[in-house]
Design a protein around this ligand. Structure first.
Ligand code: ADP
Ligand code: MG
Length: 342
């Protein structure tokens, strides 16, 4: 570990130059990236620009004890791309603001950027600027993402209509169980640093926590199927609170069926081991970064055979509230626990 460079050895400007050297551009709309006072972007004609920002604070949103910096970089980009995808837009550029404490080295920040570059490549996004400052505490990472969508095609939370079908991509609850596994291993490690982490059986759920993917692929596939969702939101805080947000914005109620919720086998196995109800993990767990969206009943045939889209229920009139229908046919009003910031 002798070769690690304290940030103070090279300074802010040299750090930015080092980070900049490895950055490539892929978007035709990127005119100028890092190096001037601001980036220049030329949006395509007849498109609207969408913009979203996310702030990640060490000790609140991530724990570097079990989240490697490369993974953190990847995830920080993926969660921003997920917000842009949830507007039915193509992500195009990112700016990254970074504040780091004295315990971070140049190599550590390069690891973080290696993860961000991987995600930029995966989603075709250009990193075009940022800001760098020192902090007395831990690491804080703020990412702002820009995206483009043909004018009028952005999908809001508010467009859902009673009878629209409620769909989700992928499967739910895995990221929360991955976090439980990582927390358990952390406690075991703190109790006895000699213990080796046992993640073997939990690869899937741990990966769901550490390396979530934004579902940009679903946006493209829906377009190919000729389906435009009437409303959409990404699932960052757990299905329950996202359904409530979508219904509140759309002025509807909803019925979702617990037996239809997509749960992967490794998620079911991990839930059993932790004595947790997998349905509760899907409803209140969070960080799955799947898409929740509605389509008109008339589009059901177009999506019903898609292997990675599951119909979980439908919207109803507002007065019906948001209900989970259990296997036994009982209607349970949903409580969104989600995640509270304060
Ligand atoms: P200013 O003083 O005008 O804010 P900076 O020296 O902070 O200029 O930034 C110089 C250039 O480097 C700008 O183009 C900025 O966007 C970019 N930059 C600064 N920090 C970062 C970072 N952490 N990641 C990416 N680009 C950065
Ligand atoms: Mg600056």
């Amino acid at each position: 570990m002798a070769d690690l460079t304290p940030l103070s050895d090279i300074g802010e400007f040299a750090l930015i130059r080092r980070l900049q050297q490895k950055i490539e551009h892929r978007q035709p709309s990127t005119v100028l990236g890092i190096g001037d006072d601001a980036a220049i972007i030329a949006p395509a004609a007849d498109h609207e620009v969408v913009v979203s920002t996310d702030l990640l604070v060490e000790g609140i949103h991530f724990d570097l004890m079990f989240c490697p910096l490369r993974h953190l970089g990847y995830k920080a980009v993926a969660v921003n791309v997920s917000d842009i995808a949830a507007m039915n837009a193509q992500p195009t550029q990112l700016v990254v603001a970074l504040s780091t404490g004295p315990r971070f080295t140049v190599e550590a920040i390069e690891e973080l950027y290696a993860g961000m570059r991987l995600a930029c490549e995966a989603y075709g996004v250009d990193l075009v600027g940022g800001d760098t400052t020192s902090s007395r505490g831990g690491l804080t990472l703020a990412i702002t993402a820009l995206g483009q969508v043909p004018a009028g095609q952005a999908v809001r939370r508010s467009g859902g209509k009673p009878t629209d079908i409620l769909c989700v991509s992928g499967d739910l609850g895995g990221a929360f169980l991955g976090l439980q596994v990582l927390e358990r291993e952390k406690q075991a490690f703190l109790a006895d640093p000699e213990t080796q982490p046992e993640l073997g059986n939990y690869e899937y759920v741990v990966q769901r926590q550490l390396k979530p993917e934004a579902r940009l692929d679903i946006i493209h596939e829906l377009r190919e199927l000729g389906v435009t969702p009437t409303s959409m939101i990404d699932i960052s805080d757990g299905l329950a609170s996202e359904v409530m947000h979508l219904c509140a914005a759309s002025g509807t109620g909803a019925r979702l069926f617990s037996e239809f919720l997509p749960l992967a086998n490794p998620t079911l196995e991990a839930a059993a081991e932790f004595n947790l109800d997998p349905i509760t993990c899907a409803l209140n767990g969070g960080e799955d970064y799947e898409l929740l969206f509605t389509v008109p009943v008339a589009d059901h045939a177009k999506i019903k055979n898609h292997p990675d889209i599951t119909v979980i229920g439908h919207l109803t009139e507002r007065d019906d509230a948001v209900n989970l229908i259990t296997k036994g046919g009982q209607a349970v009003p949903l409580q969104a626990q989600g995640w509270t910031a304060f």
